[in-house]
Every structure is written in C-alpha cells, then in structure tokens.
Design a protein around this ligand. Structure first.
Ligand code: URA
Length: 190
C-alpha cells in the first residue's frame, strides 16, 4: 500500500505540477472485510489528511457506532483523493463535485487500492463511487442497501452519502436500516 501511495504522489504530482494538490489517502485496517469509499475529501480532510473527519465523517461515525461497526475495523477511502474546489460568488474557496475526468484519472488507482485490501464488500457512499465502480449506470435511490457484483470481482454495497443526511434528514431512517443490514451481514460472513 505504501508503494501504491508513493506512485500516486509521483503521478499526480507530475500531472498537477502547476497546481499542486494535497492527496488524502485511505486509512484504516488494511485487511478490512468492508472498505468504505466516499466521493472526495473536503476542507477538514485535507487539513488533517484523513478521510471523513469533517461534518460528514461525524455523521458516519455516529451511524457506525450505533450499528456496532468500529471504524478501526474498516478501511475508508475516497474515489478522488484531493479536494475539488471552486471560487464562490463571494470569492471563497468552496467544495465542488469531482469532474468525470478527475474520477476517470483516479479510478485505476482506486481499483488497485481496493484489490490490495481485498475486502468482502465495498461500501460505496453516494453516487460518485457507485457510478465509478458499478458495471451499469444506476442511482443510489434504486440500489441502496442491496448487493451488486461487478465484473472485476468486487461486491458493492451502495449507501447514501453521509453528507446527504445533513441536507435531507428524512434519509436518516433509511441510512440506519442500510448500515444495520450491513453490520448484520458482516457478522454472519466471518
Ligand atoms: N466526503 C467524502 O466523500 N469524503 C470525505 O472524506 C469527506 C467528505
């Protein structure tokens, strides 16, 4: 994994030579049975160089704890490893969704990362990792809480993105159900 991260630093360092990016690598148990994949780091993640440590991460931690899953038993990473930003109308640096090009550039690296961890299932958080990894175009609303096999041997378990709970509190119940289902499934598959 260390070698992979060093290769990524070299590749993206050269690619974004004039606009240096801070890469936030995955973290957690390298032999985890579940790997969680988010969209891209935000401000806090970039400052601390750890995935899911900001507001969305706090949401995620609360639901993990409630379902009996421990963060240290999981591997957590992102599809795109740097914070995609834009300038707001007020002149502030704010997050933006990653572009298709950024996702495409990071995908082979994400696949290598996931094959190194080799988890029983890959929990995609939101539409970005779902559409990056699934064989067919689908949406989170259709497939959350169910298992999807991919042609390259991954078993995906799509869930809503924890940040969506901030904007849409009515998803909290569904989110809790999906994570409890995952926790029970993992307990029965060891
Ligand atoms: N949102 C993500 O998708 N990833 C993070 O690491 C933080 C917020």
């Amino acid at each position: 994994m260390q070698k992979l991260r060093e290769e990524m630093e070299t590749f993206f360092g050269a690619l974004y030579e004039d606009d240096k990016k801070v890469l936030v690598h995955g973290e957690g148990f390298l032999h985890a049975r579940a790997a969680l994949v988010g969209e891209a780091p935000g401000e806090q993640e970039t400052l601390q160089r750890k995935p899911f440590v900001g507001k969305a991460g706090k949401n995620l931690d609360a639901f993990l704890a409630a379902s009996g899953l421990r963060r240290e038993d999981l591997y957590i990473t992102n599809t795109v490893k740097f914070r995609p930003t834009r300038l707001s109308a007020a002149g502030r640096i704010v997050n933006r969704p990653p572009t298709q090009e950024e996702i495409r550039l990071f995908l082979p690296w994400l696949r290598r990362e996931l094959h190194l961890v080799n988890p029983t299932c890959v929990v995609t958080l939101g539409n970005v990792p779902l559409n990056a990894l699934a064989d067919q175009k689908t949406t989170i609303g259709e497939v959350h809480g169910s298992f999807l096999h991919t042609g390259d041997g991954l078993l995906l378990y799509p869930m809503y993105h924890p940040a969506s709970l901030i904007y849409n509190p009515s998803l909290r119940e569904v989110y809790a159900e999906d994570i409890n289902h995952l926790s029970k499934w993992l307990a029965g598959n060891n």
